[in-house]
Design a protein around this ligand. Structure first.
Ligand code: SAH
Length: 215
């Protein structure tokens, strides 16, 4: 390992910039987050390609562009308390943790949650709090949140989660709309009313409600 960032990260950041990501803080957070740490052994050679990859338990680590675009859509600052549903590999949480005060992330597979925990420790990301459980219920004990990000596709508007969003808060979630999934940004205004805006179409694994998996 040399001192500077891996050349593959620089190339990935350049690719994301040409794909339309413009927020310098978000690009900087991606640059400081080694994606190879989050990718399984068999896919190391593709860790810095702009594509989703398989992880354990039949799930996926999101495409870097989607991670960047969702992070950018959240308009984070270092005072934000963020809830993430779907820890998966932990990559999205790691990127969020560089920009927010604290990240609360929920995963239904114990295996994935434990693997992510080891990665957060390796990268010394101490502002991520994890829980194994049904993320569709949010995290009532820690609510309300300044920001909420759902990284699995909700079958409809995730009202239960949006109830845990503060006035002035922003949420992003992929929502199934007929045959396509659309990334929706929800903004709760200071009066408490919810506004929604479609960003772009995405492909996520489904948000599965019910008990957590002991696996
Ligand atoms: N943010 C992840 C993407 C993971 S894919 C990353 O950066 O790698 C989506 C994840 O959501 C999967 O790990 C899946 O197990 C999880 N998931 C699906 N439904 C869930 C639910 N109801 N509660 C918590 N996690 C859920």
């Amino acid at each position: 390992m040399s001192g500077g960032p891996d050349i593959r990260i620089i190339q990935l950041v350049m690719a994301l910039r040409s794909a339309g990501l413009s927020d310098k803080a978000v690009l900087g957070a991606i640059e400081r987050t080694p994606r190879d740490v989050f990718v399984p052994q068999g896919f190391q050679d593709q860790a810095y390609e702009n594509r989703p990859l398989p992880i354990d338990c039949g799930q996926t680590i999101s495409q870097p562009f989607v991670v960047g675009a969702m992070t950018q859509a959240l308009k984070l600052d270092d005072r934000c308390k963020v809830l993430e549903i779907g820890t998966g590999s932990g990559y999205q949480a790691a990127v969020l943790a560089r920009l927010a005060r604290r990240v609360y992330t929920v995963e239904r597979y114990r295996t994935l949650s434990k693997e992510a925990e080891a990665r957060f420790a390796e990268l010394r990301l101490s502002n991520i709090v994890q829980r194994i459980g049904d993320g569709a219920l949010g995290w009532p004990e820690q609510a309300p949140f300044d920001r909420i990000i759902v990284t699995a596709a909700a079958p409809e508007r995730p009202d239960g989660l949006l109830e845990q969003l503060k006035p002035g808060g922003i949420a992003v979630a992929p929502v199934q709309q007929g045959k396509v999934q659309t990334l929706i940004r929800y903004t709760r205004d200071d009066a408490g009313d919810l506004h929604e805006e479609a960003l772009f179409d995405v492909r996520f694994v489904p948000l599965v409600s019910g008990a957590a998996r002991a696996l």
